[in-house]
Write a protein that binds this ligand. Structure first.
Ligand code: NI
Length: 271
């Protein structure tokens, strides 16, 4: 059976779901929602793969190193019981990425919003290593970027030859300018959007600009639930509300948005 929707970026392996991740996944699969659990460090990447292996179909994993973990975090967060910095371990991720359930490398990229110290160089170095990993494993990138699109685009441009020509990657929760979007589109990237678009009107213009064959749905659960669940813990089955908003903004039917974004996810993840 083909999925109806694809939550292309979620984190059901995070500690927010420690007591009920199987029920959450079951709720999604029962509604025809397939999902990709995205890692942020060693532990969350490994957990994502383990959960994917528990399911014959419909649950996939992305392994990699989120830029905010290039330095020690100040706060506890929903990923781990205690958020921690760690060194990027290329061989570890390379081994993990060999698993057939691993569909992309990330989330990787640059995040200057959360930057406390002079960690830009370290973030860039770790991003470059993950681009190399994507090349070595022939997988697309799952890109995270905040307040750093010019530097991100410069790196992707210079490393373009290492990326898959037909499916270089996904810019997850895109928050750049229209011009950044155009540049990434020309380079072959796709874009995923989540709950924020259902309550923050400033995404409508970029949603109209990005063609449907480059759009994907995500929840980024447990974060940023869509209307009407705003403020609650997010989960993959809520992704239908993201699709509804895209349908409204692009004047398309929900069925068309669901069908095309699912097709895009299956293509990019080579499922
Ligand atoms: Ni995420």
């Amino acid at each position: 059976m083909k999925p109806l929707f694809f939550d292309s970026h979620t984190h059901v392996q995070f500690v927010a779901f420690k007591d009920d991740h199987e029920e959450v996944i079951r709720r999604a699969l029962d509604k025809g929602v397939w999902l990709n659990n995205v890692g942020s460090q060693k532990e969350t990447s490994e957990k994502a793969v383990m959960i994917a292996e528990d399911h014959e179909k419909g649950v996939y994993a992305t392994v990699g190193f989120h830029p905010i973990h290039a330095e020690a975090a100040e706060k506890e967060d929903l990923e781990e019981s205690v958020s921690k910095s760690e060194e990027f371990d290329y061989d570890f991720f390379c081994r993990l990425a060999q698993n057939p359930k691993v569909v992309a490398i990330g989330e990787c990229g640059l995040d200057y919003f959360h930057l406390k110290n002079a960690a830009k160089d370290k973030q860039k170095e770790i991003f470059l290593a993950q681009i190399k990993l994507a090349e070595e494993t022939s997988k697309p990138l799952m890109v995270h970027c905040r307040d750093a699109y010019p530097d991100l685009i410069e790196i992707l441009r210079s490393e373009r030859s290492r990326l898959l020509p037909d499916r270089p990657g996904i810019s997850h929760f895109f928050t750049g300018s229209l011009q950044d979007a155009e540049t990434l589109l020309k380079m072959g990237f796709s874009f995923s959007f989540g709950g924020a678009i259902t309550f923050a009107g400033n995404y409508d213009e970029v949603l109209r600009r990005i063609p449907l064959d480059r759009l994907l749905l995500e929840t980024d659960a447990p974060y940023v639930a869509p209307v009407p669940f705003r403020g609650q813990r997010n989960e993959p089955s809520f992704v239908v509300h993201v699709a509804e908003h895209i349908a409204k903004v692009k004047s398309l039917s929900l069925e068309e948005v669901a069908r095309e974004t699912t097709k895009n996810a299956l293509r990019i993840f080579a499922i």
